[in-house]
Each structure stands twice: as C-alpha cells, then as structure tokens.
Design a binder for this molecule. Structure first.
Ligand code: XBP
Ligand code: MG
Length: 257
C-alpha cells in the first residue's frame, strides 16, 4: 500500500472558476483591442474549451469557425501577440480581485499543509496567470506552498496529454502511487490517468458538469465547507460534509489497494 504524499492541483475550474468570467472576458478584450470583430459568448466558449491552451484555442477557432480568415496574416506570431495581450488583460482582472478561490480550496490547502502533504500545480494555463491568481487569493508567500508550478508551454503537449503531470512528478521525485490529483474537466482526467495517477478527485463547474469523468475516484460539485456541503455527483457516497485530507487518503487507499 502506498502512502499519499502529494496533492497535484489543476488551476482553471479547480482552484477558481476562471473560464467564463476570466479567460473568456480577457480573450474578448484582446480581440477588440486588436480591431477584430470576434466575440466568444458563453455558449461558444464552452465549445472552444474542448481545446486546452489559449493559443491553441485561438488557432482552433480560426481553423474551425473562421477558415475565411486563414492564412491572411493569422500566423503563429499573430496568435502569440494576441494571446500575450489576453494574458495582460487576464492578469489585470485577477489583480482587481475579480475571481475568488472556489469554496473549500483555501481550507483544504491549509489542512494539507498542516498534515505535511507536498503540494504542486499542474496546469495548461500560462505561468503568469497562476502567479496572479495565487498572489491575489492567498496570503503573501503562498507561492512557496507549492513545491512545483508546472504550467503552460513548459511541456510540448498540453492536456489531455499526460506531459504536465509527468513533468510535475519528475520535478518532485515522486511516482504516480505517491500522488492524488484534483481536476475539473474530462481533458484533465485524461491527462491524470495517462500519467499513471489513479487517485483523482474531480470537482465540477458549470462548463464541465456533463463531461465524462470515467476513471475518477470521486466526483463532487465542490470541495465544500462546513456550512456549504459538497455533493457527490457519481455513484460514490460522500460520507462527510466536505472534502478533507482523511477523505483524500481513503480515496488513495482504494485506488492503490
Ligand atoms: C485551462 C485551459 C487554459 C485556459 C487559458 O485548462 O484550458 O487554456 O483556458 O489559459 P486546465 P492560457 O484547467 O485543464 O489546465 O490562455 O494562459 O493558455
Ligand atoms: Mg481545469
């Protein structure tokens, strides 16, 4: 039986509900700034989320929704410039404190640290975005709570590829049987399972509620707080009001036997 040593957190949708009112808004601001008439409404953005990574998402939009615009000046440099502008808008939005952490996130981080658990981030988003979110939602110095911040283009293939989780574990000198991952989406689940990690908690949000989470240890609607209980959304029973360290240890034991 392997002991749970580390929690690997996804960011977007897991730590905070960043997509609809954060990334999407920043993409649209960058498009308007560049004089483009594109607007990603909430429904379209939900479909575009099938492709992870902002630059990849823009290229996917061009290829599948606006093929008329290719290749007239819409090359990789253009996409990179547009995306840099989006990152700027997004980090400023976070800097204004517009996106809080999801319920239970701060509590679970505190409990995990008190239990001596090692923490890391494994995300598709740009590193500056992770810094901005953590700096504006957690106390000073909280970046150091996370031993490794695996983000963005640091690996060649973004989720659903397993690369980012594999990279994070390599940096920490850990094996899959030492770790539990927390994710919010089907792409995240595929990435985790592909990396060989078997203990996996999914916390859903509006965009991912109907995703396929096959292989997850437990699916909940939120991590929950004592006054705002989490609900199990799969066949598993949740035998406590919120996700805590003992529950994660139980899931880990069940996954690895
Ligand atoms: C997050 C993403 C990211 C963000 C945008 O996925 O898909 O692309 O939407 O970030 P996950 P950038 O939560 O699975 O990591 O624009 O910085 O790429
Ligand atoms: Mg996510």
């Amino acid at each position: 039986m392997s002991k749970l040593q580390a929690l690997l957190f996804d960011v977007d949708g897991t730590l905070a509900d960043t997509e609809r009112d954060g990334h999407r808004v920043a993409f649209n601001q960058a498009f308007a700034d560049a004089g483009l008439d594109w607007h990603w409404d909430e429904e379209l953005y939900g479909r575009l989320l099938a492709v992870t990574g902002g630059k990849e998402r823009i290229r996917h939009f061009l290829a599948d929704y606006r093929p008329d615009l290719k290749p007239a000046g819409m090359d990789d440099d253009f996409v990179a410039g547009l995306h840099a502008s989006k990152t700027d808008y997004y980090t400023r939005l976070l800097g204004r404190g517009e996106i809080p952490l999801r319920p239970g996130v701060r509590r679970l981080l505190d409990e995990a640290r008190a239990a001596g658990m090692r923490l890391a981030i494994a995300t598709t988003t740009t590193p500056e975005n992770v810094t901005a979110l953590l700096e504006h939602t957690l106390p000073e110095g909280a970046m150091e709570w996370f031993e490794v911040i695996a983000a963005g283009d640091i690996v060649p293939n973004k989720k659903p590829a397993p690369d980012i989780f594999v990279w994070a574990m390599e940096q920490m000198g850990l094996a899959p049987e030492d770790c539990l991952a927390l994710e919010d989406s089907a792409n995240g689940v595929k990435s985790v399972l592909g990396a060989g990690i078997r203990s996996l908690l999914v916390t859903t949000n509006g965009y991912t509620r109907d995703d396929d989470f096959t292989g997850a240890s437990l699916v909940v609607d939120q991590l929950g707080e004592p006054d705002s209980p989490a609900r199990a959304l799969d066949h598993h029973a949740l035998n406590r009001p919120y996700v805590d360290v003992p529950l994660l240890q139980e899931l880990h034991q069940q996954a690895w036997g």
